[in-house]
Design a protein around this ligand. Sequence first.
Ligand code: UD1
Length: 338
Amino acid sequence: MRVLVTGGAGYIGSHTVLTLLEQGHDVEVVDNLVNGKAEAVRRVGELAGRDVPLHEVDLTDADATDAVLARGFDAVIHFAALKAVGESTQKPLEYYANNMGSTFTLMDAMRRHDCRTIVFSSSATVYGAKAPVPYVEDYEPLDSSSTYGQTKVMTERILTDVAAADPAWRVALLRYFNPVGAHPSGRIGEDPQGIPNNLVPFIAQVAVGRRDRLSVFGGDYPTADGTAERDYIHVQDVAEGHVVALDAIVGGDAGVRVWNLGSGQGTSVLEMIHAFERASGREIPYEVVDRRPGDLPAFWADPTKAEQELGWRTSRTVDDMCRDTWTWQSQNPQGYDA
Ligand code: UD1
């Protein structure tokens, strides 16, 4: 298949592009390089042994987006979006304009060029604070505490409405839990700008000496060790989930399908710190501070639906995630900019 990956220069996008290439697909990337890196796409090409065309285009630019879609694709995997949870609540207009505007422009161009197959990068954040754990796909109403999360809820809704109006659309909504880790080669990985917001990139930067210590947000949660629990999933498992989901919607009935991509297991912040210490052989200094506003105590996926319908389940452990993150971080201490 000819697949266009939006946001393919970013963290999950780049790993998915590599997996698609390894499975024999023909892939092009569109990315505005606000967060993504051209070097990531170049390295993916190097790993796969073939060049990957990169279109440096902002998807809110309708003419430029149309020109990319005019190249002809069978399917789109749509990652491109602003994703900093805290920042999204400070800059709601920017987040809604970018994440919703780019989706409108993209889908309009897809329709014009007769491409109606899309895999969308959604998030477990759409379940909101009231959903019972583990999260199950048919839970409603979707909600999210952040503007970032609301853009995921709204995009899911828009794709659903579009598919209801035109039965030619094939849509997969993939709700990821907490993707971490890196390709085992250490050539591609997560390269956050500035101070990392997310746990594992922060731990990795402490381990490599870029930061002094980790702040553990909250030690008084109602969990076994008092720290919050999340369902961490190796980015290679996430990437493989995209390829099997794409195959499923292409080979199955038209319409909307939704799957969780998670392991079904919770891991606490302290457990993750200790796993990373084992993987890296380095001590991770930390201090327990106040809870981070908006954080939930503990959640994880019910992964049954993806297993039954896609034959997909996670195959990599928390130790694998830490080992591969450490390989990436120690070989690229300054990320792609070194
Ligand atoms: C967040 C978002 C989610 C998004 C994901 C990846 C929410 C509710 N969830 O997940 O939508 O897809 O980021 O971008 O906003 N922690 C520390 N110290 C740190 C950083 C994190 O203790 O320096 C803790 C957090 O409090 C949390 C856990 O580690 O308990 C995981 O945090 P993080 O990696 O930021 O992911 P989420 O908040 O679960």
